[in-house]
Write a protein that binds this ligand. Structure first.
Ligand SMILES: Cc1cc2nc3c(=O)[nH]c(=O)nc-3n(C[C@H](O)[C@H](O)[C@H](O)COP(=O)(O)O)c2cc1C
Ligand SMILES: CCCCCCC(=O)C(=O)O
Length: 372
């Protein structure tokens, strides 16, 4: 008797999330999954996608499809990249190096967090061909910040992603309850030998080591002038991450931002802000074609991506889903995650009459009044 081929165990991104919930230590799992305060926005980031529905076009020849695009002038195989998430070695020993390699393998973008558990140079060496962007937090110590930027530039990173929504950190209640500390075998790899910058995340101070770290070391006086400061010594294009309003997007362009990531930091900062998909079209309307717009937050399936593209994003980024893939099986798990959602987008495009990303128009998505 012929035996049946074995069942695929991972069929969608939620399967990886379920798996991660079973295997990750509590301290790490809570850190990764939490939103701020009572997590109203965390739920809304995902739920909001259900308020938008697709209005597909029929009898279009969809036998050939192309998901590739150009982002900041560079070819990307499909419009789904990896958002910066800190401390990835808590999910898998290969951490950020594995995620960057997965991005390289699939031809998409990897954004590396300032607060990585692998260094800029380690990631650059692990994935030399990947398109890598460096996410920047600005420290009170501006010399440290400047050195970090110059290291990223030297190591071949192609853009700076300046996070603008985190002068302080939101209160993630589980991290406070767990008295979160970076496990002692890991390090803030970009700051080795720099005292508190390396070690402070390993000190909870009786609360969350994260808030402790940020409140004492990040520059709370950050303002628009600092975009000009960055441009004064770095050649890299600047992408603002964490914009939620059209007027801020326009100001960002005036100060020289090359692109904007519409983001609420995965609902980890100010609880009660709008879901990112809900603010996207108003920002797109204001900025038009003056800069590229990307989005993150709550994207977990191909139809979410299709909706974001139709409403004005050129690319979306995944935060937690990549962590769940990493926790499953390192580079391979991240690759599987990206392939799954890419396949879902491809299928959603085929079934809605789109053969290229350019053919994904705004009228493909509607928000019926009954669902508002
Ligand atoms: C565990 C975790 C760590 C994060 N670390 C950073 C970071 O270091 N820098 C940053 O700008 N954003 C950080 N973010 C926010 C993500 O870049 C992104 O905005 C968010 O995760 C997108 O939402 P999603 O997780 O629903 O995909 C983090 C998010 C999570 C969940
Ligand atoms: C002590 C390390 C703090 C890491 C914070 C990274 C981040 O942005 C997050 O949302 O978490």
């Amino acid at each position: 008797m012929e035996s049946k081929p074995s069942k695929p165990s991972m069929t969608c991104l939620a399967d990886f999330e379920d798996h991660a919930y079973q295997i990750l230590p509590r301290n790490a799992l809570d850190y990764y999954r939490s939103g701020a305060d009572h997590m109203q926005t965390l739920k809304d980031n995902r739920r909001a996608y259900q308020r938008y529905r697709i209005s597909p076009k029929m009898l279009v020849d969809v036998s050939k499809r192309d998901l590739s695009t150009r982002i900041m002038g560079k070819r990307v195989e499909f419009p789904i990249g990896i958002a910066p998430t800190a401390m990835q070695r808590m999910a898998h020993p290969d951490g950020e190096c594995a995620s960057a390699r997965a991005a390289q393998e699939l031809g998409t973008i990897f954004i590396m967090s300032t607060l990585s558990t692998s260094s800029i140079e380690e990631v650059a060496q692990a994935a030399p061909q990947a398109t890598k962007w460096f996410q920047l937090y600005i420290y009170k110590d501006r010399e440290v910040t400047k050195k970090l930027v110059l290291r990223a530039e030297k190591a071949g990173f192609k853009a700076l992603v300046l996070t603008v929504d985190a002068p302080y950190f939101g209160r993630r209640l589980a991290d406070v309850r767990n008295q979160f500390e970076l496990p002692s075998h890991l390090r803030m790899a970009n700051f080795v030998g720099l005292g508190d910058l390396e070690t402070k995340a390993g000190q909870s101070g009786g609360g969350s080591g994260i808030n402790n770290y940020v409140a004492s070391l990040f520059d709370q006086s950050l303002s628009w002038q600092d975009v000009a400061w960055l441009k004064s010594f770095s050649q890299l294009p600047i992408i603002l991450k964490g914009i939620l309003r059209a007027d801020d997007a326009l100001t960002g362009i005036q100060y020289g931002a090359s692109a904007i990531i519409v983001s609420n930091h995965g609902a980890r900062q100010l609880d009660g802000v709008l879901a990112t998909i809900d603010v996207l079209s108003s920002i797109k309307e204001a900025v038009g074609d003056r800069c590229e717009l990307y989005l993150d937050g709550g994207v977990t399936q191909g139809t979410d991506v299709l909706k974001a593209l139709a409403l004005g994003a050129k690319m979306v980024f995944l935060g937690r889903p990549v962590i769940w893939g990493l926790a499953h099986s390192g580079q391979s798990g991240v690759e599987q995650t990206l392939r799954l959602i890419k396949g879902e987008l491809d299928s959603a495009m085929a079934l809605s009459g789109c053969t290229t990303l350019k053919s994904v128009y705004q009228d493909l998505v509607i928000c019926p009044k009954s669902l508002m």
